[in-house]
Each structure stands twice: as structure tokens, then as C-alpha cells.
Design a protein around this ligand. Structure first.
Ligand code: AMP
Length: 398
């Protein structure tokens, strides 16, 4: 069901949001501040829609990875930021279940907002516990799932809870946008379709790469993971990052790509460093002739130019993972060139989707997030979707 089909007026709408935001270290009083409110802002359209339709909003989320109740991970730390974005007060409940929650949520009037304490203060949340999900469900008359970032987890608040609202549950606006953007990429995209995949390790992206073989025309591989492919082909990679136990899988992927007619584009040169540091000595090397003691930390100038020029010609582009150690300014040019290429392609009418924590951080740092078609809020969830898996948090809402 879509949000607009849900009966909202006069009802308490329980919304699973993703408020798992970064916080500053605690001050002298133990108070922490939100350092990046992107995820809170992403949840606003759904909350505003519920309030505008005459409902009250009961928000629930996890924050961090506490094993049990822990003041450092209290959602109380985000109340000020949430109130500022909403422009109205937020009633904070010191627990997400039991009387502490019900006292707040049962007193809500239309237009009012409650925030429940961190779901992960209860180990039952991650176990997908049915009794706990039932307790959570008492806080609402209907349910909206809008936490795309945790949709790949079968937790009590993301999946189990849906069964308590068989006729009163819907996808939130953020979740619906994420699903629409990803399906635009995966089903009937405009061709050619290019995937730009980077990041540290092949092992964490292998399933995605395999699944993409049946959907894309080109895969550009950059970042630390490229060196595993180069070494597997017999290249000399010096001290670059590599996963020798993945050499077999890397070669198999190259063979599968060739037989599926998918072009895999690996870097031909690397910007190398004599140590893993911001102030390392730098030299450009052919990708398969990196001297001992040196490591590739970014695309070299030739690869950067080739990746960017070719990516700009694609009609649909997925970008996940940085092309180098972009956190160090000297090794950020490859990643920034991809951000520029996506912006250029978007301006020519291509559909461009960026996802995954580091590529999103890079496009934000470059100030270009508004100039691509879609920036996904869910790193792990997006990767599992791209692997072709069914996400429990989405399936539960069907
Ligand atoms: P991932 O989480 O797998 O997307 O990896 C992101 C991380 O990969 C970032 O912190 C980058 O600094 C790192 N990374 C990218 N390229 C390299 C490289 N050539 N060598 C080492 N680390 C890299």
C-alpha cells in the first residue's frame, strides 16, 4: 500500500525511520550533537505528509550499536535537531515499549510528534522478536516503513512489526523513492548502462558485480579492489591492497563478463604512494608495474581521464565506492572526476544514481549531490538490493 492510501486522519501513525546519524563526542554534561542531519531530513517528507493528513507521528529508530540501554546512544541527543527541522516540539519517550512509551503515544493529539527511545536498547529488536514487535505496535494505529537504510535487516521494527498491521501498513515516501530509483536502474534502463564500482575490497562487492553482469554494459572498477584483479592477472602491484584469496573469483568474473558481453574497464595506471599517509611521496606507475614499497592509492591520470570520458557517454550510471583514498586530498582526484562525470552525464539527460557511504560523502563534499539524479540513503541496503536479494523491510510491506 502507498502512504496516500492509508487511513491517517485522527490516527497515531507509527513510523520506522532511520535516524542513525553521526553524533559529536559527549560534552561535559554528556550531551551529543547531530553532526550530519541528512538522514533526518530524508525522513521529513513522510512525517510532514502524516501530520498534514491529520495524523500524529510516532517515530522509532535505532542509533549506533548499543548492546543494551546506554546514554551515549540515546535518541534524546537528536531531539533538538529534529524539532528544528519540524518546527514543532517533539515528545520524547524514555523507552520504546511499555508504559514509558504508551504514556506518551496514547496522549498524542493530531499534528503532534513523539520520538521513542533507541530500539536497540532491547536485544529483541535485532532478533526480530515477535512479542517485542507486538509491544512496539501498541504505539500506533497504523504503520509506515520508511527506514530504507535498515530494510535489509529482518528486525522487529522493520519486518516483524508489519504483521500486526495487516491492513494498515504502507511504504513511506523515502522508501518508495529509493525503490523507484533502484528499479529504474535495474529494470529497463536506458542503454548504455555503466556501473562504476570502487572501495576497498572485492569480497564485499563480488555478489553485486556478478548480479550486475546481466544488467549493465560496462563496469568500471577502481579503488583498492582493482588491485586484486590486476594481481590475479599476474600484474605487479607492490604494496597495494589485495585479497589473494579472491584471485580465483576475480578471474572468474572477468571470464563471465567476457561471455556475457559486458566490458570490464580496469585502471591502466595508478597514483602511487610510498606510505599510507596524507603526506606520502607520490609517483604515477603503470597499474601492473608498481614497485615494491609503493602502493596505488588513486587512479592515475590516464585512467582518470579514460574513466571520466567514457562514463560521460553512458545513459544510465550507477556509482558505488570511491576510486581511491579520497579522504587524503592528494588521492581524491579520481573520485572527484567520477563525481564530475556523473554531473555531466546527468546534464545530458542520463539517469545517475549514487549510493554507499563513501561515494555519497564524496559527492556531498564536492557539493554536487543536487546535480545527479538520485543519491541513495542506504549503503548496505542498496548493495543487497543490487545483489538481487529481497529486502525483508520492503517485502514485509507488500
Ligand atoms: P568501501 O567501504 O568498501 O566502499 O571502501 C571505502 C574505503 O576504501 C575508503 O575509506 C577508501 O579510503 C578506501 N580505498 C579506496 N581506494 C583505496 C586504495 N587504493 N587503497 C586502500 N584503500 C582504498
Amino acid at each position: 500500500m502507498q502512504l496516500q492510501d492509508l487511513q491517517i486522519s485522527g490516527r497515531r501513525v507509527l513510523i520506522r525511520v532511520d535516524f542513525n546519524v553521526p553524533l559529536s563526542p559527549p560534552d561535559a554534561l554528556g550531551v551529543r550533537a547531530v553532526t550530519d542531519d541528512t538522514r533526518i531530513r530524508a525522513a521529513m517528507p513522510t512525517i510532514e505528509a502524516v501530520l498534514a493528513a491529520g495524523g500524529s507521528a510516532v517515530l522509532m529508530s535505532h542509533l549506533g550499536r548499543p548492546k543494551s540501554a546506554d546514554a551515549a546512544f540515546s535518541l534524546r541527543h537528536i531531539v533538538t535537531a529534529l524539532e528544528a527541522l519540524l518546527g514543532r516540539p517533539v515528545n520524547f519517550a524514555t523507552d520504546c515499549v511499555g508504559d514509558a512509551a504508551l504514556d506518551v503515544t496514547q496522549a498524542l493529539m493530531p499534528g503532534e510528534v513523539a520520538l521513542l527511545e533507541n530500539l536497540r536498547f532491547h536485544p529483541e529488536e535485532k532478533k526480530g522478536d515477535e512479542f517485542f514487535a507486538g509491544q512496539l505496535a501498541e504505539n500506533g494505529d497504523c504503520f509506515i516503513g520508511d527506514a530504507f537504510g535498515t530494510a535489509h535487516r529482518a528486525h522487529a521494527s522493520t519486518a516483524t512489526i508489519a504483521k500486526f498491521f495487516p491492513n494498515d501498513r504502507a511504504m513511506g515516501l523515502l522508501m518508495a523513492r529509493e525503490v523507484e530509483a533502484l528499479s529504474q536502474l535495474m529494470e529497463a534502463p536506458q542503454r548504455p548502462v555503466a556501473a562504476i564500482i570502487g572501495g576497498a575490497k572485492v569480497s564485499s562487492k563480488l555478489a553485486v558485480l556478478k548480479n550486475l553482469l546481466s544488467r549493465v554494459d560496462q563496469i568500471f572498477i577502481g579503488g583498492g579492489m582493482a588491485y586484486t584483479f590486476i594481481a590475479a592477472r599476474g600484474g605487479k602491484i607492490g604494496n597495494s591492497l589485495a585479497e589473494p584469496d579472491m584471485y580465483g573469483d576475480a578471474l572468474e568474473l572477468l571470464t563471465q563478463a567476457a561471455s556475457s558481453g559486458v566490458e570490464i574497464i580496469l585502471p591502466t595506471d595508478a597514483l602511487c604512494a610510498d606510505k599510507f599517509a596524507r603526506d606520502a611521496q607520490v609517483q604515477t606507475c603503470p597499474i601492473d608495474e608498481i614497485p615494491d614499497g609503493w602502493m596505488g592509492l588513486d587512479l592515475g591520470p590516464a585512467s582518470r581521464g579514460e574513466f571520466a570520458a567514457r562514463a560521460r557517454e553512458a545513459r544510465t550510471i550507477l556509482w558505488n565506492g570511491p576510486m581511491g583514498v579520497f579522504e587524503f586530498e592528494n588521492f581524491s582526484a579520481g573520485t572527484l572526476a567520477m563525481a564530475d562525470a556523473l554531473v555531466h552525464a546527468t546534464s545530458k539527460g542520463a539517469f545517475t544514481l549514487v549510493g554507499g557511504g563513501d561515494s555519497v560523502a564524496a559527492i556531498n563534499a564536492a557539493g554536487l549531490a543536487e546535480k545527479v539524479s538520485y543519491v541513495s540513503t542506504g549503503g548496505g541496503a542498496m548493495l543487497e538490493y543490487l545483489e538481487g536479494r529481497i529486502l525483508p523491510g520492503i517485502a514485509a510491506l507488500d
